[in-house]
Write a protein that binds this ligand. Sequence first.
Ligand code: URA
Length: 210
Amino acid sequence: MIEPDKYCSKCERLKGFRDINIKKYPEWFNGAVPSIINKNSEILIVGLAPGLNGANKTGRPFTGDHAGLTLFHTLEKHDFLDGNYKEDGKDNLKLKNCSITNAVRCVPPKNLPKSNEIKNCENFLKSTISIHKNLKVIVALGLISHKSIISTFNLKQKDYKFGHSNKHNLSKKIKLLDSYHCSRYNINTKRLTQSMFDKIFIEANKIILN
Ligand code: URA
């Protein structure tokens, strides 16, 4: 499997941002955040990119920020999580039948990666997907991750519209399930409610059982 180096320098801007953060917060992880991988998983969740005070600090996707609270709580509710989750990552969290990665592995300024940075990271996403031999459903959190996934499957963007709860066939075996991102902003503005997010994992469970 191809994984980015912790200090990957493919993206000049992201490397520059990392160098600033290393000086400002030397005790933080400050690197390309590795995925949480269970190779036998039937579900893979693809987020956007590490949050500055979350995954970039703790070194684990979604760990330490508001989006993580929502995601891990929801995964627990739908039986994809064992153990407990702590915001500092010093816990015994274990995903069940589930892996989590990000479309972009390094924290971008203002949470917004540029298109060349998304492109630069695509091979890592492709490789992460390909090691999951039992994969049945990929959950895309937000439009950027949706587009990245479509691109890694060499499909035409225009044939695959993003929308909350939209479902697409990526291959004979793998479906894409779209969700609005569980960011603090989307939760606070009620663009994404807990019951909308629950629906995604109820559907994911149905796909897996099929
Ligand atoms: N943390 C992540 O790792 N990814 C996101 O998309 C948001 C927060």
